[in-house]
Design a protein around this ligand. Structure first.
Ligand SMILES: NC(=O)c1ccc[n+]([C@@H]2O[C@H](COP(=O)([O-])OP(=O)(O)OC[C@H]3O[C@@H](n4cnc5c(N)ncnc54)[C@H](OP(=O)(O)O)[C@@H]3O)[C@@H](O)[C@H]2O)c1
Length: 301
């Protein structure tokens, strides 16, 4: 298939692009800067210059595509509502473009603190994230002749080069001289390796039934205290409990997420899609050491 991929230069989108090309698909990747365009081209994809706020560039990228995978997102937690609105508009545009075509539209979604199994759906009216509305709209595209699916990613998509939540935790532990966990450390998070997640995106593109919510989840519930312990050991800093009321002081914006206890399964996805993760689990990946290289940096992904 010829596939338009947004976020093709990103952590997950670049792995999706590589997975698609390795499987014989053609990729057109959205790129908003020269650096991103170079990365997309170096991966063997065609470049569509543009921005997710510029619907004409998305229209041009999707033109002639057999399917769309949407992973771009503006990760600025200080204006999450605005970012979610841009995302909603982009997904609706893809809905209009693919209407009655039977073609696949796959988007990146999430599960943090909200759903446990694929058949769970959160009411957008009570959800903490406005992105729930986007997923709900996308799944409804099944009734408009689109083979839509949402890949709900575990809150940590880990691997070598990660600049997301785990890298941020390592960065904070280094900066503060302690490796923290919230409260009694009983909180848990699901996790998935980036390459396993990318594989699921490809399977979704190729064969997910219309309107499927799929779970890119390998570890169902990793103890955040165990994560703090591995980080503390590798950095040789004490492992300490941070009181829930001080979580945001200590962890900044990440404190809000760490306070959310989350666990989820992917049993339905594995059965439906024949997906089986083969890459390291989160603790194994942290133990491998690449998160602790001095050059590893963390941004607000
Ligand atoms: N990583 C995780 O642990 C995780 C967990 C759950 C859900 N997710 C979701 O999965 C998706 C992909 O995440 P990621 O970790 O791959 O994020 P990422 O590494 O931050 O990549 C984001 C991608 O979006 C692109 N982008 C951002 N703003 C853009 C704009 N205005 N116009 C065009 N492109 C733009 C970036 O382009 P540049 O390269 O030019 O910056 C990059 O390609 C997102 O929806 C994210 O919320 C991720």
């Amino acid at each position: 298939m010829r596939v338009f991929v947004t976020g093709a230069s990103g952590w997950i989108g670049s792995a999706v692009t590589a997975e698609l090309i390795a499987s014989g698909h053609e990729v057109v990747g959205l790129a908003r800067s020269d650096a991103s365009a170079d990365a997309v081209q170096a991966a063997g994809a065609e470049v569509q210059r543009g921005d997710i706020t510029d619907l004409d560039s998305l229209r041009a990228g999707a033109d002639g595509a057999d399917g769309v995978i949407h992973t771009a997102f503006i990760h600025d937690f200080s204006s999450h509502e605005d970012a979610a609105a841009v995302d909603f508009a982009a997904v609706n545009l893809f809905g209009d473009l693919l209407e009655d075509s039977g073609r696949p539209l796959v988007i990146a979604s999430g599960i943090l603190g909200t759903v446990s199994v694929e058949t769970d759906h959160v009411d957008p009216a009570t959800a903490w994230s406005p992105r729930v509305r986007t997923e709900q709209t996308l799944l409804g595209f099944a009734d408009r002749g689109i083979r839509s699916s949402a890949v709900r990613l575990a809150p940590t998509v880990h691997g070598d080069g990660d600049h997301g939540f785990m890298a941020r935790l390592v960065h904070i532990a280094r900066e503060k001289g302690v490796s923290g966990y919230v409260g009694d450390g009983s909180g848990t998070w699901p996790a998935v390796h980036r390459l396993d997640a990318a594989h699921l995106f490809r399977l979704a593109l190729e064969s997910a039934p219309a309107g499927s919510a799929l779970h890119a989840i390998d570890d169902e519930a990793v103890s955040l205290r165990e994560v703090a312990e591995v980080i503390g050991r590798h950095l040789d800093v004490p492992v300490v409990s941070i009181a829930p009321e001080h979580a945001v002081d200590h962890f900044d914006w990440l404190g809000r997420f760490l306070a959310m206890d989350s666990h989820a399964s992917s049993a339905i996805t594995r059965e439906l899609m024949g997906w089986e993760p083969t890459h390291p689990h989160l603790i194994e990946d942290l133990e491998a050491g690449h998160y602790f290289r001095p050059a590893q940096t963390a941004s607000a992904a």
